[in-house]
Design a binder for this molecule. Structure first.
Ligand code: CA
Length: 233
């Protein structure tokens, strides 16, 4: 789970065109990156939470949601992960909007491999400079290192399943704020229509592992609305 310093940079590719998606994965792997691929915005956001990638390569024209809303979602979490937008759209307004929403760079299709790799390296250099600010969330004696995907309680590492981690990470990114059932279902399962019962099961497991009890609630239920990770100084 813990990333070593020499690990290859993880690049999340969100591109619905199957052949381009596969070609990008091959190119990135050959260039020494670790590609993770998604074909929809929902899948992209799910892998984003799961893999905490070093960079996101994002197509704007996706089948389920506009790529622009993916940028907004990532930035709304307060994360500075570099986002390089990839699009066939030549509208200047779209490019400006993507950059305004917090994209770092823009590559126009069709693009050359060398140009793309140069942009990725530039994005990653920028990320290394801001890595000191990789989010570390603390509440009480619980510490969630979103860069390392490491959770400790009273300095002892907790063993969480990937789904439990994803759920906790989503709540940690919104520390002290109630996250609705729908937001959680969308963030963790990629669909608001996923069964809310799953959520209850994972929340129950997380509570046990975090030692969150009725007397000392760390993971708070807000009936009919959602859940909140309590901000404890
Ligand atoms: Ca597309």
């Amino acid at each position: 789970m813990i990333k070593a310093v020499a690990d290859p940079a993880t690049v999340l590719v969100v591109e619905d065109d199957a052949s381009l998606n596969a070609a990008l994965a091959t190119t990135l792997k050959a260039a020494g990156f670790r590609p993770v691929t998604a074909r929809t915005a929902a899948e992209g956001l799910r892998w984003f939470t799961h893999y905490a990638p070093d960079l996101v390569l994002l197509d704007l024209g996706l089948p389920d949601r506009d790529g622009l809303s993916v940028i907004a979602d990532i930035r709304a979490k307060g994360l500075t992960t570099p986002i390089v937008v990839l699009s066939a759209r030549d509208a200047e307004a779209m490019k400006v909007e993507a950059l305004d929403l917090g994209a770092d760079d823009y590559v126009q299709k069709p693009f050359g491999v060398d140009e793309l790799l140069a942009r990725l390296r530039a994005g990653l250099r920028h990320a290394v400079q801001v890595r000191g600010s990789a989010p570390l969330v603390r509440t009480g004696d619980l510490e969630i290192d979103l860069g390392l995907r490491l959770v400790t309680k009273a300095h002892a590492p907790l063993r969480l399943s990937p789904k439990e981690y994803d759920l906790l990470a989503e709540l940690a990114l919104n520390l002290g704020r109630t996250v609705s059932h729908r937001e959680l279902l969308r963030a963790i399962w990629g669909s608001e229509r996923a069964d809310i019962q799953y959520l209850r099961v994972y929340i129950g497991q997380l509570r046990q592992k975090l030692g969150s009890t009725a007397d000392a609630p760390l993971l708070v239920s807000v009936p009919g609305i959602g859940y909140r990770l309590a901000a404890i100084s």
